[in-house]
Design a protein around this ligand. Structure first.
Ligand code: ATP
Length: 356
């Protein structure tokens, strides 16, 4: 569709559904202009309607539906004003609606080993046309209820990250990540029969201390040579909530303090956290650690309760959440992706022998 046709189509949709005191494009009350990265709603002011957040969200709802599935509008928490380059005071500003071409598409991988072999370093594809650059992110969180596909998407991340990063896995349930670690010769810390929980979390703390030590060493190197480059190092913790819940207070406090420091200091030294949990409330991870997360993934049931910890400001209205297994929402906070939260379909890949 040509831009002019798309503009006509959007204007028609807004004329019919917007219902702003009878003002339409026919009364010259607004106009729409389409660009590569989104469209502009240009109100002719003054007008009998208020240009506010309510109007913005209404236009978002109408347009997102009529543009689906050719474009996905990127949900904003408030109205997105932009100045326009004109002398005419009546049309000097617009509401901007950024979009992505198409809708989120699931990545289907037939042979994960070969796929990873062929991948460029530091690239972590999440969906078709949606790839994370490991150099641009630090901490990743995957949340979801039991059976939502957390372990499945974690396995995918492990396979892909192994190419570009050293990995250490902490697996309180001694489940799939432990098996994956065994098959891939990656260090795993998992509970053994003769250990109580405090004992286990203490051994996790020892590992986190080593990780912090590595950060300090790398900081020293960076102090002398700011251009120094390091191998990525990713500490993977499955079921974080199971770790932090029900352990003695001093051990939990040490765990939280180490997690905070790693997430705060890891960025420059290429030390990452990959955290998986049913939820990321204040019992699971410290607030400072949650604030540092820059890849946020919620799989499974999406509602205001499940999204309250990773996406506290999100209003779900108008977001088309894909149905079925391994679906949810993703937000990547880096310099490459729009900050907005977009629908997610986690990759599907072949069964891994001995692991799943
Ligand atoms: N993207 C996907 N493609 C195909 N199958 C998937 C996908 N995501 C999840 N599944 C399937 O959904 C099922 C549940 O996934 P999974 O075991 O990862 O859930 P979970 O959230 O880890 O549950 P639990 O916390 O109980 O371990 C599995 O059988 C898995 O194979």
């Amino acid at each position: 569709m040509k831009n002019s046709e798309l503009e006509g189509y959007l204007i028609q949709a807004l004329n019919m559904a917007l219902q702003i005191n009878g003002e339409t494009s026919y009364t010259n009350s607004f106009d729409v202009s389409v660009a590569d990265e989104g469209f502009y709603f240009v109100p002719r002011l003054p007008a009998s309607y208020v240009v506010d957040n309510e109007l913005y969200q209404k236009i978002y709802l109408i347009s997102n539906a009529v543009l689906y599935p050719d474009y996905t509008l990127l949900k904003q928490t408030g109205s997105y004003f932009v100045p326009l380059d004109t002398e005419d005071i009546h049309v000097k500003r617009a509401l901007f609606f950024p979009w992505r071409q198409g809708i989120s598409k699931r990545l289907i991988v037939r042979d994960i080993e070969k796929y990873v072999d062929d991948l460029p370093l530091n690239q972590v594809p999440v969906m078709e046309n949606y790839t994370i650059n490991l150099n641009k992110v630090t901490s990743i969180a995957i949340a979801g209820n039991s059976g939502s596909g957390k372990s499945y998407v974690l396995t995918y991340f492990l396979c892909v990250l192994k190419k570009s990063s050293r990995l250490v896995i902490i697996d309180p349930k001694c489940d799939m990540p432990s098996r994956w670690g065994r098959e891939n010769h990656v260090k795993v810390i998992a509970p053994t029969d003769n250990r109580n929980k405090n004992d286990f979390v203490s051994s996790v703390n020892a590992e986190l201390s080593q990780c912090l030590e590595l950060i300090h060493q790398r900081q020293q190197v960076l102090y002398d040579n700011p251009q120094a480059d390091f191998e990525h190092y990713t500490l993977v913790i499955d079921e974080v909530l199971a770790l932090s819940d029900g352990v003695a207070k001093p051990i939990k406090e040490a765990f939280f303090s180490l997690l905070s420091q790693i997430s705060l200091l890891g960025r420059a030294s290429k030390v990452h956290l990959l955290l998986v949990s049913q939820r990321f409330d204040n019992n699971a991870i410290p607030i400072s650690c949650r604030e540092q997360l820059n890849v946020l993934i919620q799989v499974g049931n999406i509602n205001s309760k499940t999204t309250q910890f990773l996406f506290p400001d999100l209003s779900l209205e108008g977001i088309v959440i894909p149905q079925g297994i391994g679906t949810g929402l993703i937000q990547v906070i880096d310099s490459e992706h729009p900050f907005q939260i977009i629908p997610l379909l986690t990759p599907t890949f072949n069964n891994l022998k001995g692991v799943m």
